[in-house]
Design a protein around this ligand. Structure first.
Ligand code: PNS
Length: 169
């Protein structure tokens, strides 16, 4: 597929999607013609939600959004980006810890494909402390998720307190 600089990939585990991700995806959608939210399917991490459920939540959240596409990928991000004709990867940076790991990943991706650029976006200050890891922990321990995740995700996390829906309860 021909490369198009106006297509951006927003990759991640999204286990689960948080309001921090949502914030960054909306910002990306204002900058690019098309944003592909891409869920990694071959992660070594033990997920809370199976990929299918993560995709279902993303589809529900972005339903009707013509410029935001939801997809899954496996293998190298650079290979996936090439198949989509994307030259830009968007990642969020919440602070210094993210900066270190994200620049490492961006530079490694550049080594693998010099034509693929990584663009870093900062979320709004009110979302800086949100992470999927903390959301999983709070959900597992029965805490309030108000303001941390979109309603579609909150609904599934609540349902997931029944162990059949979640891998870990
Ligand atoms: O939400 P996450 O877990 O921080 O997302 C990490 C992700 C999916 C963006 C990253 O692990 C990735 O791109 N994996 C694909 C495999 C790959 O390309 N590895 C080399 C990256 S330097």
């Amino acid at each position: 597929m021909a490369q198009d600089s106006r297509v951006a990939i927003f990759p991640g585990s999204f286990d689960p999607l948080t309001n921090g991700h949502l914030d960054l995806i909306e910002r990306s959608a204002r900058l690019f013609d098309r944003v592909i939210v891409a869920v990694l399917t071959n992660s070594s991490k033990q997920p809370l939600f199976p990929v299918k459920a993560r995709l279902a939540m993303l589809c529900e959240v972005f339903k009707g959004r013509a410029t935001i596409e939801v997809d899954a990928f496996r293998g190298l991000l650079v290979d996936y980006a090439r198949t989509k004709g994307a030259r830009v990867v968007v990642r969020g940076i919440r602070g210094v810890t993210d900066f270190e790991s994200e620049t490492q990943m961006a530079l490694m991706n550049r080594r693998l494909d010099a034509d693929l650029e990584t663009v870093f976006l900062a979320p709004s200050a009110s979302n800086v402390y949100i992470s999927s890891r903390l959301v999983r922990e709070i959900a597992t321990l029965g805490g309030s998720l108000d303001g941390l995740v979109p309603p579609a995700v909150a609904k599934r996390l609540a349902a997931g307190r029944q162990p059949s829906t979640l891998r870990r309860a």
